[in-house]
Design a protein around this ligand. Structure first.
Ligand code: MSP
Length: 535
């Protein structure tokens, strides 16, 4: 089984390519924020990262939406794709590629891939009969329909009966190889619950699936039979490969696969697990390509405990959220408060409470009060202390020394919530430390050296916390760093591997003695809830 990661110093990851049937919602933003945090963490570690996102623009769903809106499909796609790009800017997402499936170069890749699978003998013409969900762009198997004729995911959408000639992909041929893959590479599908779900599904026996449609113009024509268009999912998954082309490359599979294949990580939501964990590896096996490293299926977001959806009228508009609260607060809430992999809830009360408690109180106030003392007692400079000289059993240093390892493991496992918990354990210990040590009274007693050490330990802990949180809250981390006297910006990718390198900055004790500090400014302003009270 080919599943080797050959490029050690590169990291390539994807978000799903989002449907353009509607403006982006918080679900799409969620996956993308997580992907951006991983990408940023990998860049901090000196990796050459390629973060791929984009839009999935073909198929009946999009064709119908454009028709309903009286737009040409392409004009509609252009408009919505712009909306995604703009949201990513608002959310401070540093993507490297925006793959659009209507791009002409994508057609070249799809054709070449189709041809490979065809040459392998894995495509044949047959009759397709079944219940189709246009919202999923998927035939539903009778056995998974609870109430016949309604999709289990889009419960308010009636399924449509189809009876037509389609080209089929011989998925059934790959049953054994897929089972071996899941067995030999237990980390291929994460988290564990999703892996089990896939294994159970495959165990029931895989059926071939149709990869062409008739009577739908909005798609690429099947190369050998232009009366069919290629099924939107077959086309969309290949968008990940097209995205690997450099802008100046000829669009060939060889060029696309030459630099960064296989992709390390596909981040997806749990509803599109089968496509990624079953169809996609089988398609790649058929084309003779190696397989991606890992597929992680996260959970669904709910609002105030209820499933978010247009029919309930309780969707969350990510643009409005960012405009109101800023990108860092939104990123922090969703990544810290929801265990990645599980379903999770958004409630405004909980949102305001969390960001105020952690960002404004724990982190912001700790820096603020310590900086003020540094101005009062040390002329606005870091005390003249070398981190190495502070005893190892110092309450903050002992936590700080192991923090980078814990946090690295948690980022690698996509356990963002654990990342934040570990970092805030240090921050909260910093607040307790300052209360316990009471540097103001040490100062009055003339214990200058002790004051230096206490303030150094706290400032250094805030610095380390800001550094390790920077993939999640890059703007706040930058403000903290600047107040600590650095002229560095975590959004500047060109300095991450050098001036902000992990080897130096992830180590407790990196804050230079005597570094001039900036006047204290709030790094995060407390939010008020709808009633005007902040919690
Ligand atoms: N176009 C396909 C993906 C093709 S990838 C080659 C698609 N697009 S989508 O726009 O419908 O969904 C994109 C992602 O958003 C999915 O990962 C889905 O799980 C996620 N979400 C949609 N609603 C969501 C929530 N309410 N909560 C969390 N994520 C959800 O599927």
């Amino acid at each position: 089984m080919k599943l080797t990661q050959t490029h050690f110093n590169t990291f390539t990851l994807t978000t799903p390519l989002y449907y353009v049937n509607d403006v982006p919602h918080i679900g799409s933003a969620y996956t993308t924020m997580a992907a951006d945090a991983i990408a940023r963490f990998q860049r901090l570690q000196g990796k050459s990262v390629l973060l791929i996102t984009g839009t999935d623009e073909h198929g009946q769903k999009i064709q119908r939406t454009a028709e309903e809106l009286g737009r040409s499909p392409q004009a509609h796609c252009d408009q919505i794709a712009d909306g995604f790009a703009s949201l990513w800017q608002h959310l401070n997402i540093q993507y490297d590629r925006f793959s659009r499936t209507t791009a002409p170069r994508h057609e070249a890749i799809v054709n070449e891939f189709f041809q490979r699978v065809w040459n392998q003998g894995d495509i044949y013409l047959s009759q397709q009969q079944g219940w189709y969900c246009v919202a999923c762009e998927e035939y539903k198997e009778e056995r998974e329909l609870e109430q016949k004729k309604y999709c289990p995911i889009h419960t308010n959408k009636a399924l449509e009966w189809r009876d037509e000639q389609n080209y089929f992909f011989r998925l059934s041929q790959y049953q054994k190889q897929l089972e071996t893959l899941y067995q030999e590479h237990p980390d291929f599908i994460q988290p564990e619950s999703r892996r089990n779900e896939v294994i159970n599904f495959v165990k029931q026996g895989l059926q071939d699936f149709s990869i062409s449609r008739v009577n739908i113009d909005w798609g690429f024509p099947v190369p050998c039979d232009p009366s069919h268009t290629i099924y939107v999912w077959f086309d969309a998954l290949l968008g990940y490969i097209t995205a690997l082309l450099d802008p100046e490359d000829e669009p060939t599979l060889e060029n696309a696969l030459s630099k960064r294949w296989p992709i390390n990580l596909h981040l997806i939501g749990k509803d599109i697990l089968r496509f990624h964990a079953i169809y996609w590896p089988a398609m790649l096996m058929s084309a003779g390509l190696s397989l991606p490293g890992r597929i992680f299926g996260h959970g669904f977001l709910t609002k105030d405990g209820k499933k978010m959806g247009k029919s309930l009228g309780n969707t969350l508009d990510p643009v409005a959220l960012v405009n109101q609260y800023g990108a860092d607060a939104i990123r922090f809430y969703f990544l810290k408060e929801i265990e990645f992999g599980q379903d999770g809830d958004y409630s405004q009360t909980r949102f305001i409470h969390t960001v105020n408690a952690n960002l404004a109180n724990d982190l912001g106030n700790l820096l603020n009060r310590t900086l003020k003392m540094a101005f009062k007692y040390f002329n606005g400079c870091v005390p003249d202390v070398n981190g190495e000289d502070i005893p190892k059993d110092d309450a903050l240093k002992s936590l700080g020394l192991t923090l980078a390892d814990t946090v690295t493991q948690a980022y690698d496992a996509l356990a963002f919530s654990e990342v934040c918990t570990a970092i805030f354990t240090l921050v909260q210990a910093g607040n307790k430390y300052i209360d316990d040590k009471a540097p103001w009274s040490l100062y009055k007693q003339g214990k200058q050296e002790a004051v230096s050490q206490v303030l150094y330990s706290v400032l250094e802990s805030v610095r380390l916390a800001a550094y390790l949180l920077s993939p999640i809250i890059p703007n706040i981390s930058t403000r903290i760093y600047q107040q600590l006297g650095y002229t560095l910006d975590f959004n500047d990718q060109t300095i991450l591997a050098t001036a902000l390198s992990f080897d130096i900055h992830a180590v407790w004790g990196a804050l230079p003695a005597n570094q001039p500090l900036q006047e204290a400014q709030p790094v995060f302003r407390r939010l008020e809830d709808a009633e005007g009270a902040s919690s």
